[in-house]
Design a protein around this ligand. Sequence first.
Ligand SMILES: Cc1cc2nc3c(=O)[nH]c(=O)nc-3n(C[C@H](O)[C@H](O)[C@H](O)COP(=O)(O)OP(=O)(O)OC[C@H]3O[C@@H](n4cnc5c(N)ncnc54)[C@H](O)[C@@H]3O)c2cc1C
Length: 321
Amino acid sequence: MRPFQYVRPADGDAAAAALAAPGAMPIGGGTDVVPLWRDGLATPASVVDVTLPGDDVTPEPDGGLSVRAGARLADLAVHPVLRARAAALALACDSVGSPALRAQGTLGGNLGQRPRCWYWRGGHACAKSGAEGCPAVAGDHRHHAIVEAGPCWAVHPSDPAVALMALEAVVHLQRTGGRRAVPLSQFFVLPSQDPTRETVVEPGEFITHLSLPAGTLGGEQTYEKVIQRGAWDFALVSLATVRRPDGDVRLVLGGIGPRPWRITDSIEEDVASGGLDDDSIDALAERALYDATPLPGTTYKVAQARALLVRAMRRLGGVAR
Ligand SMILES: Cc1cc2nc3c(=O)[nH]c(=O)nc-3n(C[C@H](O)[C@H](O)[C@H](O)COP(=O)(O)OP(=O)(O)OC[C@H]3O[C@@H](n4cnc5c(N)ncnc54)[C@H](O)[C@@H]3O)c2cc1C
């Protein structure tokens, strides 16, 4: 294993300057950086600690909220302002891995974590490692993607990202001499675009914070997750739901693709309109997964995703509402 330097900058400008050095990479809690380094999947010359000081959650002038990328998941899970106004995010943070991972892992690191595909992590040649093909297609793919897949079939493992997509979060990035803001809907890179990366974060850049627009905060919010084991596990399928104060509905599935999968506007609008009977709900859930392309070992994910959607649609748009 190649040794690396650990850099602890005092502020964002110093972090950006340190990240401009060749071979530098950001580190939050290190719960993924260290295994990647151990397994030879990351060979940093230096790691730059981007858990810069600051409040975890601050109000924005337009009524929205700003969430620090260096905030620990455990702190976000119990943060009173998030629990009151962005409950889907607090619940998603609370569902991540184990108490130790949540105490150490940060929100920025959770978005930047690499996929859990056992072939790629195990050093097999594949599209993600820069070679061709995906060994999971003919191999063990039971946790792999059913939407937006190929040439790599790995899913993005983040729970918080699913809630953040439903909350229409914006990711704020800093690098030497500049900052930019990217809507989370444009933050992920699909494997058809470039299978070797998962996000638009460039070398030298780091996430400073995420903003949650005022219009998506409050209302009714949930985050549900189907896992194989009783605890400490990645989502097979998950669902974030938001009924905004203006009545609009957001439905976002996780665990099924290389980015959180937002259900199309027209289905969300039908749910928001309400008065749906069971047949209509079944038809909408069927339509929501119409574009799914499961492999033989992942057809169960289509059924699980439909079941989560049906339950949510009954609650949000059923006749009894
Ligand atoms: C057993 C196990 C179970 C897990 N279960 C779940 C689960 O159920 N749900 C889930 O969502 N996750 C799960 N995880 C993943 C875990 O939550 C992540 O490892 C963690 O959130 C990463 O946070 P970190 O701060 O430690 O990231 P780090 O390891 O520090 O960084 C991860 C990546 O993000 C980059 N990065 C870090 N901070 C920034 C930043 N501010 N800007 C840009 N890039 C940055 C790093 O360069 C690196 O590439 C699990 C992990 C394990 C090992």
